[in-house]
Design a protein around this ligand. Structure first.
Ligand SMILES: [Zn+2]
Length: 319
């Protein structure tokens, strides 16, 4: 609880029963200490937050976890708005609906669903792609929710690894940048992506697919995994959705905005090794998530691209 929160609670306590004024100071050696009847008008502490209703976890049967951290539809009035310096408060419009559409597309296509972790809180209240302090805006009661949210992701990742020894996490977002294309984030900056292949290739081991770079079933590695014919960007492009990096869009230009991956991609990816990779997908709005028809069409393309990617590089395919 923050100092403000404690202050509000104490204020309620005082108003309700004058309790603060009536509590006697402890008297050393007082034989009656601890035997006095409880004061009247005692107010209970605030009820626990309904944190389990603020994150949805759906178990799946594909070694794929989709996180939707910025599409939350709930903004409880008793949670303060985040006020941290530099905090971004705007939701990624319709990305919760997009994640649900994607899960349905997999089910229609292969009768299997990805694991899904959806933050239900609006970004004004909680940011599902930040460390504890920035995610909660320093509002201490939300720490238990941040822990639960991370535990839900842990659970989904563990489930995905039970489906297949190697798994992929997709952190799903929406951007408002000028160029209408997917921005695929591997923790490699735009400046790095503009490097010549030989120099960029040396950086892929530290990317969020660093583990895949060493072990891909396809034998692809380095730059080929980022923008070769079997890269995720190439698979999306072939499915009708432009993406960067990809086989025909190697890197953002110097004056173009680009998101290269955030907290979830860093924490869940394989830059330090391990059997789980992570990629941030930033989606544009029109034609992807603006209408139910757009979301349905994009979900189809997503399933096409990811099924090919999982088969190529993870050696996984639905039975
Ligand atoms: Zn976002």
């Amino acid at each position: 609880m923050t100092a403000n929160g404690i202050g509000r609670w104490l204020t309620r306590l005082t108003l309700a029963g004058g309790l603060l004024a009536s509590v006697p100071a402890c008297a050393t050696g007082d034989p009656e200490a601890g035997t006095a009847p409880p004061p009247t008008g005692v107010v209970s502490p605030p009820p626990p937050l309904p944190i389990t209703t603020w994150v949805d976890l759906e178990n799946g049967t594909i070694p794929l976890v989709i996180i939707a951290p910025h599409g939350g539809d709930l903004a409880p009035a008793d949670l303060p708005d985040r006020t941290c310096t530099g905090c971004v408060l705007g939701n990624d419009t319709n990305t919760r609906a997009l994640a649900l559409a994607i899960a349905s597309a997999f089910e229609l296509r292969v009768n299997r669903r990805p694991f899904l972790v959806v933050n239900r809180l609006n970004r004004r209240k909680f940011d599902g792609n930040r460390d504890l302090v920035e995610a909660t805006g320093g509002h201490l009661p939300l720490e238990s929710f941040w822990n639960l949210y991370q535990a839900r992701i842990d659970s989904a990742v563990a489930g995905a690894k039970r489906v297949h020894p190697r798994a992929l996490v997709i952190d799903l977002h929406g951007h408002g940048h000028a160029v209408p294309r997917l921005e695929l984030g591997y923790l490699l900056t735009a400046t790095s992506l503009r490097l010549p292949d030989a120099q960029l290739g040396a950086l892929v081991a530290q990317s969020s697919i660093g583990g895949l770079h060493r072990t891909a079933a396809s034998g692809d590695s380095g730059v080929t995994l980022l923008r070769g014919p079997r890269s995720l960007g190439a698979r999306f492009r072939a499915a009708g959705v432009p993406a960067v990096p990809s086989d025909n869009d190697a890197a953002p230009l110097v004056d173009q905005d680009y998101f290269n991956g955030g907290y979830n991609t860093s924490r869940r990816g394989s830059s330090l090794g391990g059997a789980v990779d992570a990629i941030q997908i930033e989606t544009h709005y029109v034609g992807v998530r603006d209408t139910p028809e757009s979301r349905f069409a994009f979900a189809e393309a997503f399933a096409t691209a990811l099924l090919a990617y999982l088969q190529d590089h993870y050696g996984w395919r639905p039975l």
